[in-house]
Structure formats: structure tokens, C-alpha cells
Design a protein around this ligand. Structure first.
Ligand code: GLY
Ligand code: MN
Ligand code: MN
Length: 433
């Protein structure tokens, strides 16, 4: 767990960046209802969690630049509600537990919002994130506007708070990295167990259950995203999550699954033969994807860019596709034409952290930003020979992706997910052991 001082320090860093005369508002997520009167598993808003570590719905964090005061609004203690719905921290305890300056009941949010933003020049919040909160802020502003004789004055400007928090979230702290390493470790082991369990005739959902079981047995109650377990041509559906088919002898299985551990995601993909032995066609395409991934990974170091990693991967993919006859032409021309796009139809990777597709801009003033120590990203090239493509039959239905999570370090990178085998030899030997 991350200790409370780190959350305090994050709030201080955010306050430092705010303009004098401003206030920042960060609402918690709300519980999401399903089937009349039961809820989806609660998932806290990542920005709110990053600044508080507080995992209850119906809460609001208020930061005042001028007084440097931090206030939390949260649910009141309520014996009956807690017996039905679960424990609540309560605002009296919140001051100590969350180390804030003051706390109050969320039931008074409208009134407190008004007084918090009164006579401020700027109110920072993430407009458009929650409709209910947009309305709450606008009606607080209208409330102030409605009573000028009382000396009320609404803020002159609304500013987006996200860029400030998201730049902070992009560079991971040691505490965050410890959680990300653990999430990667749990997820890597889950992939190994899935390889060991996999056999012709098993169902995709059974393989998913092996993964899910390992996540939960290790304190990661939820995956960071719906697990993709796609056998045969299902691997060519990028976001395949039905996971309902039987696995066929002679096909590949693509698994894209990662745990969420104390809020932090892992995002791993491995592709392997259901019967433990690659066919010559599968082997040829698999090796191309693996070589492309390794070529890309070599560029993950401070000062380099994602576009350099992508170009390295694309060169390998194009040469490989030429070698097996799935592309024809001059490699340089094919590279300029992005000819690999027919078979590699998604991006090379993304930031990862509290969200699987984590926050942080990829370009600054229209220019690509270089990697910096503390960034964590995925590298995930693939080749998908979908059945509708006009290629020889022997290639059709092969879908391959290999995805790892990398931390940019001072001197290069650390692969957080290298405990899952990915060479042909290592995969075949794990599956046959
Ligand atoms: N699992 C989602 C992704 O790889 O981006
Ligand atoms: Mn993935
Ligand atoms: Mn990914």
C-alpha cells in the first residue's frame, strides 16, 4: 500500500502548480447500478485515488491555493446504511486517516461548493468527466451570480485540472512502481498457469478462469480490463471478450490479460499453440512479431521516441512479411506506404499506470515527447491475418500479439513482465513440461 504522506505530497505538488486565487475540485466516482438494486464492482476515479488513496464513492476533494487548505467531503457514518452497504470512513475520521485539513458531509456539497469557489478567479476541475459534477459546479456558480448584493462573485474562469494531475501521474514514484511490479508479477504468473492449463478441447472461458483465479488468490480482485482469450481466428478480433469457444488442436491462442493491483494495471499479451507445438506457418509469423517487439524495445530509453520504436518494429514486420510472401515490393517503399498496416492494425503501445491506457500527453505543442525515466509503457506489435484477407489459405486465421510492460530507467528500460516466456523454445518447453 502507498503510505498517506505520499498522497499529501502529491496534493502539495498540485497546489504548487495552481494559479493564485484558484481552487481545485476533484470528485470521486459514483457507484454504478445494475439489475435494479445491485451495483457493478466499485472502481474509484483514478485522479481522485491518486490524490487521496480513498476508495469510497460520493466524495469530493477541494484544494484551495491561497490557504493551502485541503478539504474532503465524504459520506457520514450511518449504522443502518453500513449494515446494508458496507463500512464508511465518515468525515470525523477522514481528517486523520486521509491527513486533510478539514472534512464535512457530502450531503452539504452544494453549499460548500458555493462557499469554496466564491470570489476565486479560477476553478479547476475535469469538465465533462461526470455530468452530475459539471451540473453541480455550474449551479454553484449560478447560485453565486444570483445574489450579487450579498457580495458573492463566481469564478471568472473554469480551467481543466487534468493536464496538471496527468503530468504528475505519467512519472511513477517508487511506491507506484512497487505496486506495478507486483501487478506485473501476478499477471505474468497467471499467463504461465494459463499456458500450462491450455489443451485442445478446453474452453476459452476455462482458460480465463485460471487467470482470474490467480489474480484473486493474490489480492488483485479485478482485472485491469476484460481479459481477451481468443483461440484460432478469434485472435484476429482485437477486443474479443466473449471468451466462449472451444480451443482447437492446431490453432494458436492469444491471451491479453492483466491484473489491477491496488489500482495499478498490468497489460500482457502472449500467443501460443493450443497443443504446445507451433506449426511452420505459426512459427514463421510468431518469430516476425517477436523480432519486431525486440527491435522496438531496444528504443525504449530516455531521449528516444515512440516513433523510433515503431519504425524499428515496422521495418522488421515488413521484411518478415516479404520473406514469407505476404507482401511484395521494395522494403523502403513499403515502409513509406505503411504496408504493414494491412496486418498490424493497431498502435505500438501506450502509457500504463492507474489506468490500463494511462493518462499523459504523447505530444507537446504538436511535437512527440521523448521517453523519460519513470514512464511506464506497453510495447505490443502484432500480426493479424483475418479470414477475409486475400492471402493463401495457410495463413488465414492466424492472429499474434506479444505485449510487455516497460519502465523507462535512467540508462534504458526494465521489462516488468519478463517472467512470462515468449521465445518459441521457451513457450514450447513450458507447455510440454
Ligand atoms: N489490453 C488492452 C491493450 O492492450 O491495449
Ligand atoms: Mn493488452
Ligand atoms: Mn496494451
Amino acid at each position: 500500500m502507498i503510505k498517506i504522506p505520499e498522497y499529501v505530497e502529491r496534493r502539495e505538488r498540485l497546489l504548487e502548480q495552481m494559479t493564485p486565487g484558484s481552487v481545485a475540485l476533484v470528485p470521486a466516482a459514483k457507484a454504478l447500478r445494475r439489475s435494479h438494486d445491485t451495483d457493478f464492482p466499485f472502481r474509484q476515479d483514478s485522479d481522485f485515488y491518486y490524490l487521496t488513496g480513498f476508495n469510497e464513492p460520493d466524495a469530493l476533494l477541494i484544494l484551495d491555493k491561497d490557504t493551502e487548505k485541503t478539504t474532503i467531503l465524504c459520506r457520514e457514518k450511518d449504522q443502518l446504511a453500513e449494515i446494508w452497504e458496507g463500512r464508511r470512513l465518515g468525515f470525523t475520521q477522514a481528517i486523520d486517516v486521509l491527513s486533510v485539513d478539514s472534512a464535512a458531509s457530502i450531503a452539504n456539497m452544494d453549499k460548500i461548493l458555493q462557499s469554496s469557489i466564491d470570489k476565486k478567479d479560477i476553478v479547476y476541475f475535469a469538465q465533462g468527466n461526470f455530468d452530475w459534477f459539471d451540473s453541480a459546479v455550474l449551479s454553484a456558480m449560478n447560485g453565486l451570480r444570483a445574489s450579487p448584493k450579498k457580495g458573492f462573485m463566481p469564478p471568472k474562469q473554469i480551467q481543466d485540472l487534468r493536464p496538471l494531475i496527468h503530468e504528475m501521474r505519467l512519472i511513477k514514484s517508487e511506491h507506484e512502481l512497487a505496486l506495478m511490479r507486483r501487478s506485473a508479477e501476478i499477471s505474468s504468473k497467471a499467463h504461465c498457469l494459463a499456458m500450462e492449463f491450455c489443451h485442445p478441447g478446453a474452453y476459452e472461458y476455462q482458460v480465463e478462469s485460471v487467470i482470474q483465479h490467480h489474480f484473486m488468490m493474490n489480492g488483485a480482485r479485478n482485472p485491469a480490463y476484460s481479459s481477451i482469450v481468443g483461440g484460432g481466428e478469434n485472435a484476429c478480433i482485437l477486443h474479443y471478450t466473449e471468451n466462449q469457444d472451444a480451443l482447437n488442436d492446431g490453432d494458436l491462442l492469444l491471451i491479453d490479460a492483466g491484473s489491477e493491483y491496488h489500482g495499478y494495471a498490468a497489460d500482457i499479451t502472449r500467443t501460443f499453440p493450443i497443443n504446445g507445438k507451433f506449426t511452420p506457418e505459426q512459427k514463421a509469423l510468431y518469430q516476425i512479431v517477436l523480432d519486431a517487439q525486440l527491435a522496438a524495445i531496444a528504443w525504449i530509453k530516455p531521449g528516444c521516441w515512440m516513433s523510433q520504436a515503431l519504425e524499428a518494429a515496422n521495418k522488421v514486420l515488413i521484411q518478415g512479411l516479404l520473406d514469407v510472401g505476404l507482401l511484395q515490393g521494395d522494403p523502403e517503399v513499403l515502409l513509406k506506404e505503411n504496408a504493414q498496416k494491412e496486418y498490424f492494425i493497431h498502435g505500438l503501445g501506450h502509457w500504463i499506470g492507474l489506468d490500463v491506457h494511462d493518462v499523459g500527453v504523447y505530444k507537446i505543442d504538436g511535437k512527440e515527447r521523448p521517453f523519460e525515466p519513470g514512464m511506464v509503457l506497453t510495447v505490443e506489435p502484432g500480426l493479424y491475418i483475418a479470414p477475409h484477407l486475400n492471402v493463401p489459405e495457410k495463413w488465414k486465421g492466424i492472429g499474434i500479439r506479444i505485449e510487455d510492460n516497460l519502465l523507462v530507467t535512467e540508462n534504458g528500460h526494465e521489462v516488468l513482465t519478463d517472467a512470462v516466456p515468449k521465445s518459441i523454445k521457451d513457450i514450447e518447453s513450458l507447455m510440454q513440461s
